[in-house]
Design a protein around this ligand. Structure first.
Ligand code: PLP
Length: 452
């Protein structure tokens, strides 16, 4: 049942104003018809027509504690009443408290926090720090990755969105990271994939010149590109390569961090401590824009006597920091991180694998915690994707039909190319998770119609 009285007229007015004045991200403005949203709470949102949706995208994979958590809303209101804004050059109670709570949860000695307004700015600044720290210019990043839409971040990104700005990609070199299901190395086992991927990275560095490489930037578990959990030993191997060549390891946990994988940070699963860790999204469930870089003692020391040449007007904004402090306390008190691990192990993982048994369109189920991908295929034998890489229009129609079926069944799906991701709030209840699985089950029968 919807949470508000339907009011289609109000919805039409919102849509008309949106069409007139809002220029939307990643879209052909004349070809889109955004849903007018009337409200949201917990794992659900609803429109003006009386439809309620279970949000299996958690926004853009950021509402880790769901919408409108009362304690976070209250903390933002309280901070707004006390001190809405203050410039970054000053010490503030709420800013230092947020930094402390984050630093205490990041792995190893990542104890200094540089605040940004989101993930892309975190990546920009991590790269700048790495270049200044090493005195080197090149940065390596993976194909099948997403790091944000600002200049450096989009050039690091290994997906087709990068192509629009390829002319500005000075200093970025791409390599292949492991992906056993669609192996770039033609491996047949995880161990082989790991060994070959590390060898390929070594070779790439050798041919670029180890002394020219400032940083390797990797998503600990690539998110947008397909939730490819790395094979055991891969990230430890990358860490070792970085140490041997004096290269800064940047792990981008903008999506995987803050409970998403059932740990505070995904790096914990692999026992690896990066030199820089980027975060955003789940840090405050996206209630107020916030991101940042967690910095190792060694890199922080580079800027002890030498100024760090970077900053943002709203760095460590009090409202965003208040939301982070409240979010982290909620996550502790309500054991959200443990819950994400548990729901992944007991409901989402087994439930999605059961769907794969029943539906020929599901090629592979990957993930952990509240972070899952279904790789949809036309043919399970050949693993041919349900739609071609970077398809649009008619070529992407099977995925569009699948998405429409999800929505008819009350589920708002995350869709990227031939994949759908099950990335709900980390505190999704068991009943809600099962409701989502049932909706996916019904929608997958539509995808099945496009298999060979
Ligand atoms: N890095 C990763 C791993 C991401 O998933 C994203 C966004 O999805 C970003 C960076 C960019 O973050 P933002 O959109 O906040 O700039």
């Amino acid at each position: 049942t919807p949470h508000a009285e339907p009011d289609p007229q109000a919805g039409a007015a919102v849509k008309a104003a949106d069409r007139a004045h809002v220029f939307h991200s990643w879209s052909a403005q004349g070809l889109i018809d955004p849903l007018a949203v009337a409200g949201a709470e917990g794992s659900y949102f609803w429109d003006y027509e009386g439809n309620r949706y279970l949000d299996f995208t958690s926004g853009l994979v950021y509402t880790n504690i769901g919408y409108q958590h009362p304690r976070v809303v209250e903390a933002i209101q309280e901070q707004a009443g006390r001190l809405t804004t203050f410039a970054p050059a000053f010490a503030l109670d709420v800013r230092s408290e947020a930094a402390r709570l984050i630093a205490e949860r990041t792995p190893g000695d990542l104890d200094k926090i540089f605040f940004t307004n989101g993930g892309a700015e975190a990546v920009e600044n991590a790269v700048r720090m790495a270049r200044l720290h090493t005195g080197r210019a090149k940065v390596l990043s993976a194909y099948r990755s997403y790091h944000g839409a600002t200049s450096t971040a989009i050039n690091l990104t290994g997906d087709p969105r990068r192509w629009a700005s390829d002319t500005a990609s000075a200093g970025v070199v791409h390599f292949w990271a492991p992906f056993p299901y669609r192996s770039p190395f033609y491996s047949s086992t995880e161990a082989e994939e790991c060994a070959r991927a590390l060898r390929h990275l070594e070779d790439t560095i050798a041919y670029e010149g180890p002394a020219t490489v400032a940083a390797i930037v990797l998503e600990t578990i690539p998110g947008t590109a397909g939730i490819m959990t790395p094979p055991p030993g891969y990230l430890a191997g990358v860490r070792e390569i970085c140490d041997r060549h004096g290269i800064v390891l940047v792990l981008d946990e903008v999506m995987a961090g803050f409970g998403r994988t059932g740990r505070w940070f995904a790096a914990e699963h692999y026992g690896v401590v990066p030199d820089l860790l980027t975060f955003a999204k789940g840090v405050n469930s996206g209630y107020v824009p916030l991101g940042g870089v967690a910095i190792s003692a060694e890199i922080a020391a580079t800027f002890d006597k030498r100024p760090y040449p970077g900053g943002l007007t709203y760095s460590g904004h009090p409202l965003a920091c208040a939301a982070a402090v409240a979010t982290i306390r909620v996550m502790e008190d309500e054991k959200v991180v443990e819950h994400a691990a548990h729901i992944g192990e007991t409901v989402l993982g087994p439930g999605l694998r059961a769907l794969a048994e029943r539906h020929p369109s599901v090629g592979e189920v990957r993930g952990l915690g509240a972070f899952w991908a279904l790789d949809l295929v036309r043919d399970r034998e050949t693993r041919e994707p349900l739609v071609p890489y970077n398809a649009s229009g008619d070529a992407a129609a099977p995925m569009a039909a699948f998405g429409a079926a999800c929505k008819r069944n009350g589920l708002w799906p995350f869709i990227n190319m031939n994949r759908t991701h099950a990335v709900p709030a980390c505190n999704i209840t068991e009943a809600e998770a099962k409701e989502g699985l049932a909706a996916l089950d019904a929608a997958l029968t539509v995808a099945d119609q496009h298999t060979v």
